[in-house]
Design a protein around this ligand. Structure first.
Ligand code: 13P
Length: 248
């Protein structure tokens, strides 16, 4: 399976900055399709710009969230149909920043994943424990509970999701999980997927949390780490391209 390197720009960017960043990335790839799949997830207002900049090229694009509703009176929400209208490929769902600051529960995250799949967009389902949960020995239970809600909702489509293990304590902190720590959790998630789908090997399980040009290769060398979800380092073309290169 090709690895998948996805950038999550979070709430960063501007028309000018995005154009400069994307053209530096495309230049860096030199018109060649990388050996791994590559995607960028931008804030909603810039998705049309990304569609224009990336259209038909080697980098796919995605949203950072999607509504659990199909359409209607949901002020501020973006539907999967709107994303598909522009050719959107991925939508991050259940990022810990949305769980933490926007009160998204496992049930909401599962509904979003299901809605994305039904609308033809691949959900990148984020799971991960806080530092207190890790120190309390609850890591496995937490990630399994978070993934179980999604598996329950998407049922026979489980092999079509992407999972991202993002330990909350590693996000934006410069503290990366060691390759062994990450692999241990990825193996747990793979086993859980194996019980739910005949093709657990088809599911990309990404690692996210302070992944950078220096540590990417050792993380990506682990047997159950199928790619990365990159925050800070996806805002620097050279760093992001080094991670892409480490995945190939
Ligand atoms: P950082 O790479 O900045 O730690 O962010 C990880 C992340 O949250 C990606 O979704």
């Amino acid at each position: 399976m090709k690895k998948l390197i996805a950038g999550n720009w979070k709430m960063n960017g501007s028309l000018a900055a995005n154009e400069a960043l994307v053209s530096a990335m495309l230049d860096g790839l030199g018109g060649k399709a990388p050996a791994s799949d590559v995607a960028l997830c931008a804030p909603a207002p810039y998705l049309a710009q990304l569609a224009g900049l990336l259209n038909g090229g080697p980098i796919a694009w995605g949203a950072q969230d999607v509504s659990s509703h199909e359409s209607g009176a949901y002020t501020g929400e973006v539907s999967v149909g709107m994303l598909r209208d522009f050719g959107c490929r991925y939508a991050i769902v259940g990022h810990s920043e949305r769980r933490q600051y926007h009160g998204e529960t496992d049930t909401v995250v599962a509904a979003k994943a299901q809605r994305a799949l039904a609308g033809g967009v691949t959900p990148i389902v984020c799971v991960g424990e806080t530092l207190a949960e890790r120190e309390g020995g609850q890591t496995e239970a937490v990630v399994k509970r978070q993934l179980a809600a999604v598996i329950h909702a998407v049922a026979h489509c489980t092999s079509e999701i992407v999972v991202a293990y993002e330990p909350v304590w590693a996000i934006g902190t410069g503290k990366t999980a060691s390759p062994e720590q990450a692999q241990q959790v990825h193996a747990v998630l793979r086993a859980q997927l194996a019980a739910a789908t005949q093709h657990p090997e088809r599911v990309h399980i990404l690692y996210g949390g302070s992944m950078n040009a220096a540590n990417a290769a050792s993380l990506l060398a682990q047997p159950d780490i199928d790619g990365g979800l990159i925050g800070g380092a996806s805002l620097k073309a050279a760093d992001f391209l080094q991670i892409v290169a480490a995945a190939t």
